[in-house]
Ligand binder design. Structure first.
Ligand SMILES: Cc1ncc(COP(=O)(O)O)c(C=O)c1O
Length: 338
């Protein structure tokens, strides 16, 4: 039997990270650059947030600050982080309360509950902004103040949520033997962007970092607006944000996400979530400015199964966007590598 590596996460948690990096050869027909996709949906909880959840909790569990049967983890999440936390907390027998809102999809809530999390839904949006995030954050503060031995990982301000993504970037860079010219990365808490950016800057890598945000998100100073698709974007600027993390920011609409997702599914047979569609559309938007011969990496943060009722449901699409199917019509049949 192979002996366990001392200090390494065990069981299902040992499957977090080291996700596949695959070349996309069909989604940008005729492009003069190469594109590789980091498939973060292959993490055991289904998203990149497994890395954040593990990174924010594991040392606290190891050093005894979080005690199974006594400590209570409380966090606000629109879905993926809560699932990652539920996975870590269930594995170690730690109680978890997730504060979610009506935009969190039903399947994600069912997964959290199946993994033993207690789910608390805020029902009304912030009257000043119409957003749920400030209400979720207020409720988390109340719970932390009133629950004995409560701990909030605070994904929006916890440096460990950024630190852990140095490893994400390292896997990408090493997977490409150091030949990376552009990284395209969706943002919400800024954990992924900051970790990847800091790793690249510290190693002096000549990679141009493109952050992808939602139209209606305030992270990069734009004004707040209504957004349909969860995952990327934020209605409050996260404490992890710092100026200069990205060389360029591309804002994408809900329709852009949808088109990116449907093209990924239709052309590459990759069923991915809304923010994956966002990064694909963002790269498409800047494709004429990509240096010919360059290598690009896109991070696809989660899988598409949690979006089957929305992005991949023709009725939902028609209701919200009208007849838009022509936007992802298949290109001429192209025989790809086997
Ligand atoms: C689907 C999805 N995409 C993108 C992001 C953004 O990642 P980060 O919080 O590291 O900025 C998240 C964060 O929850 C997410 O769930």
């Amino acid at each position: 039997m192979i002996p366990p590596v001392p200090g390494a996460p065990a069981g299902v948690l040992s499957a977090v990270g080291a996700t596949p990096l695959v070349e996309l050869t069909k989604v940008f027909p005729g492009s003069r650059f190469r594109t590789f996709a980091k498939l973060e949906g292959h993490n055991p909880g289904g998203s990149i947030k497994d890395r954040s959840a593990l990174g924010m909790l594991i040392d606290r569990i190891r050093d005894g600050q979080l005690v199974p049967g006594k400590s209570v983890v409380v966090e606000s999440s629109s879905g993926n982080l809560a699932i990652g936390l539920a996975q870590v907390c269930r594995y170690f027998g730690i109680r978890l309360i997730c504060v979610v809102d009506p935009r969190t999809n039903r399947q994600s809530i069912a997964v959290m509950r199946a993994l033993g999390a207690e789910v608390e839904m805020v029902s009304t949006a912030d009257p000043a902004t119409g957003e749920y995030l400030p209400v979720r954050i207020r409720r988390v503060r109340e719970l932390v103040a009133t629950t004995p031995f409560a701990y909030c990982p605070d994904q929006y301000g916890n440096p460990l949520n950024a630190l852990v993504h140095r490893q994400t970037m390292r896997e990408i860079v090493e997977g490409l033997d150091g030949r990376l010219d552009y990284l395209i990365c969706a943002t919400s808490s800024c954990g992924t962007l900051r970790g990847c950016s800091e790793y690249a800057r510290e190693l002096g890598l000549p990679v141009r970092i493109i952050a992808v945000d939602a139209i209606g998100s305030v992270i990069f100073g734009a004004t707040s607006g209504r957004r349909l698709i969860p995952g990327h974007g934020a209605s409050v600027r996260p404490a992890l944000f710092q100026p200069g993390l990205a060389d360029e920011v591309v804002h994408v609409s809900d329709l852009d996400c949808l088109v990116g997702c449907r093209r990924l599914a239709g052309r590459e047979a990759i069923l991915a979530g809304g923010s994956s569609g966002a990064v694909i559309s963002a790269l498409d938007a800047i494709r004429d400015r990509i240096t010919p011969g360059a290598t690009c990496a896109v991070i696809l943060p989660d899988r598409g199964e949690r979006y089957l009722d929305t992005i991949y449901d023709d009725g939902w699409v028609e209701e919200h966007f009208g007849a838009v199917g022509h936007l992802w019509k298949e290109p001429e049949v192209e025989v790809g590598p086997c």
